[in-house]
Design a protein around this ligand. Structure first.
Ligand code: FAD
Length: 598
């Protein structure tokens, strides 16, 4: 379940060993958070992704998979990153093969903002980092926040601001007071000491869809794998300690007209009910849409187009988020990733490529009975199941399964339901002014209210680079923490809010008018909040012997994060299946798992 990086990794590793594999993906494309899409800016077709992605040398399993798929050649080295701390001079962290653990000291010793006295005062937190041990640290530090840890270990404020917070925010897209101290220590250990021989970081020049996802999907399909798009899985069919099948969400919506009344019917097999809403035709406005909310978190829009009544699905065809109708703009707008659709449902902007589903408006249709609804359920059976969705996906399944498991089996799903996601906004701006020549293409910040990371796309993304050359422009991507007051902010207001920070980070573009922009809003980034370690399920379900979890929200004994964790958990899930079938498992490559003093 789930055709993101994790689901695809599991798929190719199983198919290589002769299994029959089928992937069920909720949206119309594979890739999840690693997918990319085309947008048109300044007359150029540009590939943009959910947020620019960075690989690290210690992504051993992902890089090994790229090597086998013949796509490792896309990795290009990033030689150094810029650290921008509010009110301080810029710092640079250089990557190169250096001797562990001394390279951890270099950024401190060569810092333009940290004094020798402050370095001496940070001995206790330094020893804690060098003594990293995942099992013990998860137990001791998950209940407290990063800020509590800094206080407890008497860490000088400058070390916290200049050395720790930029990595913390760039990794977690959340504020320091919310983040679990255990997750911070794990992140810091993994990224700075995970690869003790080769401290390196890479990018692929943008377009992960074409360079990573499509070759992986092709490899899978060429070996007989199957991918079902627009197939959201909503429940498991269970039998004691085994999962027998998975249930696909049935989109059984009927719209029909009976004289001067429009009826909308939805059969809801899980609730054993039929939902019905009726409205007189004269209530439907000529130039507007009525939003009809249906059970199972679905909506449809009813309105007039070219004098005819039309009914459109309210689900974005990119990732299934519920759309809003913007009357002033005459467009449907996706609050998740910024996709936009025309009045009659055609994609105009952002990631969606497919038009909104349009319901046929039947005349004199017989109302479906409950029995009819149940016969519409789509169930797929198999020997093994891997849940490789994002957090909202696994929570949808956990919510439904709660109705059919025994009391003692509920704990695993109850914990999953308590996992959280964090939000961020990705803003790209175009302007025609050169940047200072010494600006580095990747920057992490600290001390700013909104901006936490920036990427100079005109140096990093191949399409943007080409467009910048042709149009003599620059493009920068900013990752912005989404605070509660930003939730309903319009694009114009958002730009107004963050512009002072943009100018503080890039003073050279002060007074330069912006010539274009693009905004994406994310709500399903895995959150590493206090207390979450204990909620994460292990790869092997503790209840069902043939059910596994994979993704960056799953618990692992080793310190690993994000894309590498999505790949590693999938490989571990596959190994469990191989072992159950008496087949030799695949090698799993571990980073440096302990601190030098542990
Ligand atoms: C802005 C941004 C920047 C990032 N930068 C980096 C980076 O620089 N380095 C790094 O290592 N990581 C980065 N990440 C994180 C990285 O993208 C993720 O860790 C990784 O892509 C997770 O892969 P996944 O397959 O586990 O999950 P996802 O990519 O979330 O895939 C899950 C899939 O499941 C599908 N799905 C959901 N529910 C259902 C359901 N009920 N039924 C069927 N399918 C379902 C979804 O549509 C999706 O395709 C970034 C993420 C974001 C958002």
């Amino acid at each position: 379940m789930g055709g993101g990086l994790s689901g695809l990794t599991a798929g190719i590793h199983l198919i290589e060993r002769g299994f029959e594999v089928e992937i069920f993906e909720k949206s119309s494309v594979c890739g999840g958070k690693l997918s990319s899409f085309k947008e048109r800016h300044l007359g150029c077709d540009i590939s943009l992704e959910h947020g620019f992605h960075v690989w690290w040398g210690q992504y051993y399993n992902f890089i090994d998979m790229m090597k086998r798929l013949n796509i490792k050649r896309h990795l290009k080295e990033i030689h150094s990153i810029e650290i921008k701390v509010k009110g301080c001079a810029n710092e640079t962290i250089g990557f190169s093969p250096k001797v562990y653990p001394f390279f951890l000291l270099f950024p401190l010793l060569f810092s333009r903002n940290i004094s020798f006295r402050e370095i001496m005062k940070s001995g206790t937190i330094g020893l804690l980092i060098l003594g990293y041990d995942k099992k013990r640290y998860d137990k001791w530090f998950d209940k407290i926040s990063f800020n509590d840890l800094m206080k407890e270990y008497d860490t000088p404020e400058n070390i916290q601001k200049v050395f720790f917070e930029p990595f913390l925010q760039a990794g977690f897209f959340a504020e320091p007071h919310e983040i679990s101290a255990a997750s911070f220590l794990e992140l810091f250990h993994f990224y700075l000491s995970g690869n003790i021989r080769d401290f390196k970081c890479y990018h692929i020049g943008g377009n992960p869809q074409e360079k990573v996802i499509e070759p992986t999907v092709k490899y899978f399909l060429d070996r007989g794998g199957r991918v079902n798009f627009n197939s959201e899985i909503e429940n498991l069919i269970i039998d004691n300690y085994k999962v027998k099948g998975i249930q696909q969400k049935s989109n059984d919506i009927h719209v029909y007209r009976d004289g001067e009344v429009i009826h909308i019917l939805q059969t809801a097999p899980l609730e054993r009910s039929i939902f019905k809403r009726s409205m007189p035709v004269q209530e439907i406005p000529e130039d507007n849409y009525i939003k009809v909310e249906l059970p199972q978190n679905q909506t449809i829009f009813i309105g007039f187009f070219n004098g005819e009544i039309i009914a459109l699905s309210g689900e974005c065809t990119h990732a299934g988020c519920l759309l809003n109708w913007d009357y002033k703009e005459g467009r449907f707008i996706c609050p998740c990733h910024g996709g936009q659709f025309s009045r009659d449902g055609y994609p105009l902007k952002g990631p969606p490529l497919i038009a909104l589903s349009r319901f046929k408006i039947g005349e004199n249709v017989k109302e479906p009975s409950y029995e009819h609804a149940v016969s519409q359920q789509v169930v797929h059976s198999a020997d093994y199941f891997i849940i490789a969705t994002d957090i909202p996906g696994v929570q949808g399944i956990a919510n439904n399964i709660m109705m059919s498991v025994d009391e003692w089996q509920k704990d695993e799903f109850h914990k999953i339901l308590n996992l959280k996601t964090s939000s961020c906004i990705v803003l790209r701006i175009w302007f025609n002014k050169s940047l200072e020549p010494d600006r580095l293409p990747v920057g992490f910040t600290s001390g700013f209210k909104f901006i936490i990371v920036y990427f100079i796309l005109s140096q990093l993304n191949d399409d943007v680079k080409e467009c910048s050359r042709k149009t003599d422009t620059q493009c920068i991507e900013f990752i912005i923490i989404k605070t509660p007051d930003m939730i309903n902010l319009s694009d114009a207001k958002l730009l107004e809010l963050v512009t002072p920070e943009i100018v503080e980070i890039f003073p050279e573009i002060k007074d330069t008018p912006m010539i274009d922009f693009s905004i994406m809003r994310h709500d399903n980034y895995t959150f590493f909040n206090k207390g979450a370690v204990n909620l994460r399920p292990h790869v092997q379900s503790s209840i069902f012997i043939n059910l596994f979890y994979s993704g960056d929200w799953v618990y692992l004994d080793a310190p690993v994060f994000f894309m590498e964790k999505a790949v590693m958990t999938a490989k571990i899930a596959v190994n469990h299946i191989l072992l159950k079938e008496g087949i030799a498992p695949n090698p799993i490559y571990l980073p440096n798992v302990r601190g030098i003093l542990s």
